[in-house]
Design a protein around this ligand. Structure first.
Ligand code: SF4
Ligand code: SF4
Length: 287
């Protein structure tokens, strides 16, 4: 078996995303996602301790997912790695969604449902990929340990956050709307798998968790506030309860117009300066 390295893991994720598994299940079987970004963080990264302190003590450390899946083994965070990825929306999906103002475009709604199915399949595929190499692996989002929680500070939350793991892996920083602004922009979904293998963490080319947001850095922009159909984004940030109530409204719209059970919104991810890239002037050197 060849050595498992950051390069071989990235190649495997890319290979999967280039396979027929990456489909939004429309008549042309278009890919749900464009080329992925991949980053690594150490399971012992102090950021994971900070997340627990900041979000709530229900937030699980990375190795908890390994320990839950392999109850007879012990795991050392110093020797474990979180592999994170970003699945960017395709140009066709972003183009369609930019043109909408109140209800989701069909492609966007498809990526919310069938695109997330691809993300789940990728999580399962990677668990099997590592398992075949004798490396314990657990994808938190599909772990039985995963559950929704209520954070005193942030409202709706869960025991793991794909975006926070991606932030720890150097893949991006948070915007005013809570979305993660990555080198491929904010229109994406994220995923991760925790593995019992020490690998060099990716560099974090930022020194604050909001470095790529024009509002947070320069007090300008705020375009995501304008795009939100329900006013769930203000200068104070993202109102998750209001956001969720809007997304619920799309549950009837999607089947009636697109003929599959689905929902979605994501207006705060398209038609904005951070949609497809880090805004100009905030890109790290060489980015
Ligand atoms: S649209 Fe502007 S204010 Fe909103 S997250 Fe992006 S850069 Fe920040
Ligand atoms: S997902 Fe939709 S409702 Fe929620 S903050 Fe973004 S634009 Fe507003």
């Amino acid at each position: 078996m060849p050595k498992t390295t950051a390069r071989s893991i990235t190649a495997e994720i890319r290979r999967f995303m280039e396979s027929p598994a990456n489909t939004m299940k429309n008549t042309d079987d278009e890919p749900a996602w464009a080329a992925p970004l991949v980053g690594l963080s150490s399971a012992a990264d102090p950021l994971y301790v900070f997340y627990r302190e900041d979000i709530g003590d229900f937030f699980q450390p990375p190795v908890a997912f390994l320990a839950h899946k392999y109850p007879d083994r012990t795991f050392d965070p110093e020797r474990a790695t979180v592999v994170s990825w970003i699945l960017p929306q395709t140009e066709a999906t972003k183009r369609d969604h930019r043109a909408e103002k109140f209800f989701p475009s069909e492609r966007w709604a498809r990526t919310r449902i069938f695109g997330e199915e691809v993300n789940v399949a990728l999580r399962r595929h990677l668990e099997a990929f590592f398992d075949a190499r004798g490396i314990a692996a657990s994808a938190p989002q599909i772990s039985p340990l995963w559950e929704l929680k209520l954070s005193e500070k942030y409202g709706y939350a869960s025991v793991w956050s794909e975006r926070h793991a991606a932030h720890a892996a150097g893949l991006g920083t948070f915007g005013l709307s809570d979305g993660l602004i990555t080198p491929a922009g904010k229109a994406h979904r994220a995923g991760s798998v925790v593995i019992d293998l020490p690998l060099k963490p990716s560099k974090r080319p930022y020194d604050t968790h909001t470095a790529y947001c024009l509002f947070h850095k320069k007090g300008t922009c705020g375009k995501c506030m304008e795009r939100c159909p329900i006013g769930a984004i203000t200068k104070k940030g993202h109102d998750k309860t209001l956001c969720s109530s809007y997304v619920d409204m799309t549950v009837e719209y999607v089947p009636r117009h697109y003929h599959f059970d689905g929902y979605g919104c994501g207006f705060c991810q398209t038609g904005i300066p951070c949609e497809s890239a880090i805004p100009k002037g905030l890109r790290p050197k060489g980015g």
